[in-house]
Design a protein around this ligand. Sequence first.
Ligand code: PLP
Length: 357
Amino acid sequence: MFLDDDLPDVSEQTFVVHAGRPARVPGAPLNSPIVPASSFHAEGDAEYARMGSPAFEDLEAAIGGLERGSATVFSSGMGAANAIIDQLPPQAIVAIVLGAYNGVTQRLEQLASEQRVRVRAFDVTDLEAVRAAAEGAALLWLESPTNPLLDVADLQACIRIAHEAGARVVVDNTIATPLTQRPLELGADYVMHSVTKVLSGHSDVLLGAVVVRDDAELAAIRARRTLLGSNPSAFDCYLALRGLRTFGLRFARMQESARELAARLAGHPAIARVRYPGSSSIISIELAGGEVAADRLCRSTRIWTYATSLGGVESLLERRRRAAGESHAVPPELVRLSVGIEGVEDLWEDLAQALER
Ligand SMILES: *Cc1c(COP(=O)(O)O)cnc(C)c1O
């Protein structure tokens, strides 16, 4: 991957370590200073931080490079999602994958209840259903794998079908990450991230990003951020970029542990079903003992932390349906495991002792 004029093409792992840094000149710092300014001296590139700030630029360069496009960072993943949704014309039809992130689904349902958009849901594993949903739609909202059902889409086929129907395509790439798939290269119009999750990786910031392919799209997205006021803070951008430096390392470790744990969980008598798409750091399990057993598991671990969210260095687990807004497509006995970077044997022993109870 292309870094700058002085460096050869490099892998993503190398890119995240070196992207978004000051020029290599004697005496320059290796990391950009944090820029906590709301206003800038007039007649320069930056004027007022809501309209754009050097504080965002390094992180945008790094995320944009990973996704092979131009990134705009937001105050959260939902801030990023809403910048895309906000561009829809009145009465637009939005087709959204069943089991998409519940915040996005709820936001679209809210807009539908106010007669602003019309929403259709489709099963992403059924291409005929995708075709029917895309007919007449302005936007097709994809997430693959979905969270927490972990259904996997044939992204390329879905994108082609949507474009044939004249719909634009968003891919929420939070769970898969650009190390697994790069939707812009497959033809998607927008990639969306909750940077809160594995990209920043330390459960200490809320951040989002939208990545697009051309300057006109970039300007349109930035204009939404400016007027919606969904900018991130300078400190959060710094923390996210600091976290992103180790993204390659963390994600590889999490994937490796997830693979091992998924294999062991599959043979466990307390578990009725393991959902694991093979490439992610997330595993969803369905407890044979139902909802009660699922709640007991969440309260019985000593290393795994019972908390929502995913993608951090610490392993988390949660029964998703305990949240009122979660889709009813998610079984009540489903527990989502977000595998962190702890020793895999410690993670297994803790899960095994909790499952014994
Ligand atoms: C967390 C998440 C979001 C929302 O992001 P926030 O940063 O919480 O606003 C969107 N999509 C997916 C897949 C997520 O996991």
